[in-house]
Design a protein around this ligand. Structure first.
Ligand code: PGA
Length: 248
């Protein structure tokens, strides 16, 4: 049995005070401990959230990290720095990082390897653009992203990775993939993992859907057999909305 995993991705929202207010409310509301949850916050909020969620089971993640241990990389944050804050997770390869900040399949793979050598668990995002979907090449595209992300990763390490399928055309647009479209792509991702490793390994891995998940569509999505969780942007900013999704 795979435990459902529902994550909030705050992107570039919330100052520390706002993060603290959210955490105060959300930790009161979070009762359903059979569902795992994490908030992926800006770097400046991580320390506050780790402190506020201590002992609650709610996990905290960063939205990006550098793969080198340290060095002359102005503006970057290392895995060691995140470990120092006792952060649990880190997103890599979010489509906004790929589109605006030069993240590539190669850097995703380097970051994945580096995180798997640390105490921080990776969440890898994949997903096609509208153009790719309209050209009918979306399956080939996502399969290739998964293969490149997992290049030279052992199966013992692979099971620690969460994958989020986020079609770019559904992110922040209010346009959700249908539950069948989302489930189909999660099925393809799982079969790609079974080819790379084996069925037993791929059956254990958590695959989320992301892109305009909200309280109104969360249960439809979460009840699909191959979808194990959700990565939620906009609707994770308000505790009352996000808890409804967590309690789908
Ligand atoms: P959204 O964002 O829920 O606002 O569409 C999802 C994401 O980018 O992770």
């Amino acid at each position: 049995m795979r435990t459902p995993f529902i994550c909030g991705n705050w992107k570039m929202f919330k100052k520390r005070e706002e993060a603290r207010d959210f955490a105060l409310k959300f930790r009161e509301l979070y009762q359903n401990k059979s569902i795992k949850t994490a908030i992926f916050a800006p770097f400046t909020d991580l320390e506050t959230l780790v402190e506020m969620f201590k002992g609650t089971g709610i996990m905290v993640g960063a939205q990006n990290v550098h793969y080198e241990k340290e060095g002359a990389f102005t503006g970057e944050v290392s895995i060691g720095m995140l470990e120092d804050l006792a952060v649990d997770y880190c997103i890599i390869g979010h489509s906004e990082r790929r589109e605006y900040f030069g993240e590539t399949d190669e850097t995703v793979n380097l970051k994945l390897k580096a995180l798997l050598n640390s105490k921080i668990l990776p969440l890898v995002c994949v997903g096609e653009s509208l153009e790719t979907r309209e050209s009918g090449k979306e399956k080939e595209f996502v399969k290739n992203q998964v293969e490149l992300a997992f290049k030279e990763i052992s199966k013992e390490d692979a099971v620690k990775v969460t994958i989020a399928y986020e079609p770019i055309w559904a992110i922040g647009t209010g346009k959700t993939a249908t539950k069948e479209e989302a489930n189909d792509m999660c099925t393809l991702i799982r079969s790609t993992l079974a080819e790379l490793y084996d069925k037993e390994t791929s059956d254990k891995m958590i695959i989320q859907y992301g892109g305009s998940v909200k309280p109104e569509n969360a249960s439809d999505i979460m009840n699909m057999p191959e979808i194990d969780g959700a990565l939620v942007g906009g609707a994770s900013l308000e505790p009352l909305k996000f808890i409804e999704i967590v309690n789908f």
